[in-house]
Design a protein around this ligand. Structure first.
Ligand code: NAP
Length: 199
């Protein structure tokens, strides 16, 4: 399976490493263009490729790992999402000022869902830092928990299978309205909770 990655920063690289170890090929993309990604691709090894945002967004599963402020302009460049699965790892806050975006009372992933019309959105990975995600998910006799939520059961099943292939314990929180509120950062109860599921 080839997976697209919008972003090639700390979060994107942490996730890509596990996806590649789990048997996927990952096309990473960034703002500066594919040539700037040569060191990242070399670091991640044979399963990693560099591409444009459009190349990454054309894959059947696309991770979003770019800053919140960049979402409208970047996602708006993609003409059609065609039922593809989009995994939202973002939080509505970013350096250097860490001002929380005005979401009009919605969760951040409901806002992102509206930016990818026709895609099947699954929220995942946003509750942990890249440093924690990068670690071996097999720890203390169990597997690191990654929460996920979304409205499309098939999309969630595919994301759950990907998580399992990487060694994570995926925990399905239900639909986006319910799960994304639990995962919401800041404000939800689950961010920064680093859990190991035993067994
Ligand atoms: N860091 C955390 O603790 C953490 C925790 C949970 C969730 N997240 C979420 O993860 C996402 C990524 O954060 P990060 O920490 O990985 O940030 P990061 O290390 O600063 O990386 C950001 C990446 O996004 C790319 N990018 C920026 N603007 C872009 C654009 N317009 N088009 C295409 N690519 C663009 C950057 O490319 P260039 O290098 O070319 O600019 C870079 O590869 C954010 O939404 C954040 O909220 C982060």
């Amino acid at each position: 399976m080839t997976i697209g990655m919008l972003g090639a920063g700390a979060m994107a690289r942490a996730i890509a490493r596990h996806l590649i170890a789990g048997g996927s090929t990952v096309i990473l993309s960034n703002r500066r263009g594919p040539d700037s990604l040569a060191p990242t691709v070399a670091e991640l090894g044979p399963g990693a490729r560099a591409g444009t945002v459009e190349d990454a967004a054309a894959q059947s599963i696309v991770f979003i790992a770019i800053p919140w402020s960049q979402l409208p302009s970047t996602l708006g460049r993609i003409p059609s999402w065609n039922n593809r699965i989009v995994v939202d790892t973002t939080n509505p806050i970013e350096p250097p000022h860490y001002t929380v975006a005005d979401l009009g009372g919605r969760t951040s992933s409901e806002v992102v869902r509206d930016m990818v019309p026709g895609a099947r959105l699954v929220k995942a990975f946003n509750t942990l830092t890249p440093a924690v995600i990068a670690r071996d998910p097999r720890e203390a006799g169990g597997h690191r928990v990654i929460f996920y939520s979304g409205d499309d059961e098939d999309a969630k099943a595919q994301v759950g299978a990907l998580l399992a292939a990487c060694g994570f314990a995926g925990v399905d929180l239900g639909d986006l309205a319910t799960g994304a509120r639990l995962q919401q950062f800041p404000g939800g109860p689950l961010p920064a909770l680093n859990l190991i599921k035993l067994g």
